[in-house]
Design a protein around this ligand. Structure first.
Ligand code: ARG
Length: 558
């Protein structure tokens, strides 16, 4: 039941539309103000009455029924109280019958969303700075699927550029096949870092030549390049597996090598390309932006050129409804430029491109630096978190079975949740103690609540039928929160904010825990026991669905 629809459908006022009423209905901050409220202030002009009177008139015309049990006019608001027993029955029935699908919808049917996320750089560290894009993108991927969209996850690999010439050069001078095979990405990154600190002009020249060889299809250079790429992908795929993220395409920058010319031609033909100091640019000064560089004076393409080609390719291939780029806010200008150039090219779909920007992540014990190899690898952060989770579990519950599996779910969950819980644009300082706290607003807290609910269910079972009567305030709060899940998911998709789902889960866990401590479940009298077991099962299901959308596993016991 959509209560807002129900209420809006029953309210009538001349000159005020259903949509006006529907969109004005909100959930008040405190339960004693009712479950839904309609502020009447903005109807005053049309109805030529003061809000207080409008609210009184509307309330007087709305007789309570089996769905809405109370209607009250207070200071220009009409407050509606939902019949708690009716709501409880309906919500529990929905959750328990829909199971893992509870909260999903079909609003995205027939629409494709491309999500460019994680987008790692070959032979470069996969560091803590990649955490947010991977966690946020991975969650959006699942959230959009849950909302019925067809989703294409794209890892726009950074696999193009002069740095690969440098890498080959470094390998030729100092590399060792076996050592690189064994050391993988760390070994190749070391070679690259060494090149940057030790290479002289002769080596720089050689590196440029190697890059040219890659570009011209030279077999030896390309074999090396492909090997470095493979080593990097093997490595990152291991981390993606841990973080429960997947991709449908690994078409990186290099993939667009032969797809840039048509875009350049089109820019030229549309009169957008200008020469400036030998380079080819699109002038964006009228839009308050520096020019978008398309070709350098030596004819080389740029990051932006490849992104323009990639955008066109994605439109042609997937005919997307939206194309998202989950990339740090440092690239704000880059994406504003790209989107503007596409708009100037007359692409109507330029408006469907979205830069989903997020803030920086740093560690509590020192800011990260990407220069000079002083980098915090994401893998190390995950491992440390899993290790710490293991220690905590060992302390709290030494007899627990599958301790390693639980530590993995708790530790990995904490890393993901740590990146997702805050509004994405905020810079965050990652603290191990904070993300692993059992008391805070953490995945651990939510997982622990799941384990608690599971243990109740294991003892009492899930009743096949139950009656909902004399709902207590604690029960009502849980029910109300359960009912909000679908809209939390939809809002998360609409605002590109997985944090909505994360916060929702913490709220539900808190409400459930209040209920758990205040109300007896297994020893409750009469029909109450069955109802409370059903409520517990529905909470477990909904928390599980929420965590799954974020890529976080749920241990049975903790
Ligand atoms: N590889 C880039 C980086 O690490 C991110 C790529 C984002 N995607 C894109 N289509 N530009 O900064």
């Amino acid at each position: 039941m959509d209560y807002k629809k129900y209420i809006a459908g029953r309210l009538k006022a001349d000159g005020v539309s259903y949509d006006d009423i529907y969109s004005a209905i909100a959930v008040p901050p405190a339960a004693d103000m009712g479950d839904y409220a309609l502020p009447c202030f903005k109807f005053a002009k049309v109805l030529r009455k003061i809000p207080v009177v409008i609210a009184q008139d509307l309330a007087a015309g709305f007789a309570p029924d089996g769905v809405i049990s109370g209607v009250q006019a207070v200071n220009g608001y009409v407050n509606f109280t939902v019949n708690k027993a009716y709501l409880a029955k309906e919500v529990l029935n929905d959750v328990l019958s829909e199971g893992a699908a509870y909260g999903s919808c079909s609003e995205g049917a027939g629409k494709t969303v491309c999500i460019d996320y994680s987008s790692v750089n070959i032979a470069k560290p996969f560091h803590i700075g990649h955490l947010s894009t991977t966690a946020i993108g991975g969650a959006l991927y699942k959230i959009y699927k849950f909302c019925g969209y067809n989703v294409v996850g794209i890892n726009h690999l950074g696999d193009y550029g002069t740095q690969f010439g440098k890498l080959i050069c470094a390998y030729k001078h100092w590399g060792d096949k076996k050592a690189v095979q064994q050391g993988g990405i760390h070994a190749i990154n070391e070679l690259y870092v060494r090149f940057n600190s030790e290479a002289d002009e002769v080596m720089e020249q050689e590196a440029r030549e190697y890059f040219r060889l890659i570009e011209s299809g030279d077999k030896d250079a390309n074999e090396l390049f492909d090997w470095f790429k493979e080593l990097t992908l093997d490595y990152v795929n291991g981390i993606y597996k841990k973080l429960n993220v997947t991709f449908d395409s690994y078409n990186g920058e290099r993939f667009y090598s032969d797809k840039m010319q048509p875009v350049i031609d089109e820019l030229k033909q549309k009169g957008l390309l200008k020469e400036s100091e030998g380079a080819q640019i699109v002038d964006l000064e009228p839009y308050g932006m520096p020019p978008c560089l398309i070709l350098r004076s030596d004819g080389a393409s740029l990051y932006a050129t490849r992104d323009l080609a990639a955008a066109q390719y994605r439109k042609d291939t997937y005919d997307f409804y939206k194309c998202l780029y989950v990339v740090a806010y440092q690239q704000n200008l880059h994406f504003r430029q790209i989107f503007k150039v596409l708009e100037l090219m007359g692409k109507p779909w330029a408006k469907d491109m979205v830069h989903v920007a997020y803030g920086m992540v740093s560690l509590e014990d020192g800011a990260m630096s990407t220069r000079k190899g002083k980098v915090v690898w994401l893998e190390d952060v995950i491992n440390k978190c899993v290790e710490k989770a293991g220690k905590i579990i060992e302390e709290k519950n030494p007899d627990l079975e599958n301790k390693e599996d639980v530590a993995e779910k708790v530790g990995v969950g904490a890393v993901i949740f740590g990146a997702l819980y805050n509004n994405k644009i905020k810079d965050i300082v990652f603290s191990y103690d904070k993300v692993l706290s059992f008391e805070g607003e953490t995945s651990v807290y939510v997982q622990y609540t799941c384990a608690r609910a599971k243990s109740v269910i294991d003892k009492g079972g899930v009743p096949s039928c139950y009656t909902a009567e004399d709902i207590t305030p604690q029960e009502a709060e849980v029910v109300k929160q359960l009912a909000l899940f679908r809209s939390a998911v939809q809002d998360a998709a609409k605002n590109y904010e997985p944090s909505y789902v994360a916060r929702y889960a913490v709220d539900l866990a808190q409400k459930f825990n209040k209920f758990y401590f205040d109300c007896k479940i297994l020893t409750a009298e009469g029909g109450k026991k069955d109802f409370r077991l059903a409520l517990t099962a529905a909470t477990l299901q909904t928390l599980t669905n929420a965590l799954t959308l974020l890529g976080i596993g749920v241990p049975d016991k903790m």
